[in-house]
Design a protein around this ligand. Sequence first.
Ligand code: ATP
Length: 356
Amino acid sequence: MAAALRIGVLDGDDIGLEVVPAAVEVARAAAYRHKVDIDWRKLPIGRRALDTHGHTLPPSTMEELRRLDGWILGPIGHRAYPKQPNAINPHPILRKDFDLFANVRPTRSYPDIGCLHQGVDLVIVRENNEGFQPDRNMLAGSGEFRPNDDITLSVRVITRKASYRVAKAALELARARRKHMTFVHKDTVFKLGCGMFVEECRRAAAEYPDVKVDDVIVDTFAMRLVRDPQTFDVVVTTNMFGDILSDEAAGIVGGLGMAPGLCIGEGNVAMAQAVHGSAPDIAGKGIANPYSMIESTRMLLEFLGVSRGRPEAVAAAADISKAVTAALADPKARTGDIRGTGNTATFTRAVLDNLG
Ligand code: ATP
């Protein structure tokens, strides 16, 4: 018998404490039905870990993560952490340490939940470890610095390696979907930085003659995403463009409650992580939309099923998709942000009830 899939559960902060347990409950139920053997490991992180283990990312958590196939990371409310050395934002460390280089963010429309368009089914693949983000584009120090009080410089890092491998990840995804990949850039202005990204996208694309490949300048893409999002399948772009555009894409289909994500790293490790933050404004009220986290977890199951040759995990993921679609169709089950009268618990219950 194949070894159990080892999946970590890291609740995070604020609404993470509500939506991560919901996602795990759904995944556990689907895994049980499809006989997927999963070894779930709950690991401390965030504000609670600071209280219990003296660190927001305890060394024991990092050690344990190295032994896992993947994990579910709830949103992190680091802006509310006390100012002390052990209260760090764990994101940059996790992304860098596990080389989680591709952030896969799907956008899908559903009827009656307030989507601006129907027929939307696209995925933005965001490069995750370099670009403009100063907390992750340097080995040491920060990518932002201030030589004097009047000048600030923000360094954007683009490498051939990162550009090529994120383009390959997007092309692989496109091959499994509608075989269309669009790379988004601004090489008209960033002739060297975006220019290098474009060169590497083209180099990778040459290996996928079966995938239709085109490119769009980022400002035009932002406009087209609002006007005709149905024309896109898989989109790949650099870190900050991807950050902004994936929130824009979420806005088209109902907001951050409808924005799942999966970070994929070298060695086929993966981290389920919704696009949204910890939403302290609604935490503790039981009204957070768990869709993003449930769907991120479903993506993890599917990814592990495909990469580990476990068809039963792929079947469990497909079952969750079907159940989520059915639950979203019930206004009494779904949450207020997507035109429902339900809450976190009613939506989760509805998904559980609709599993095959
Ligand atoms: P961060 O910078 O940490 O990503 P943010 O500033 O983007 O966080 P969020 O915490 O994502 O902010 O919240 C933005 C808005 O979206 C808030 O009003 C919040 O209540 C809402 N929101 C976020 N996630 C959800 C969710 N799962 N369900 C319902 N509303 C949500």
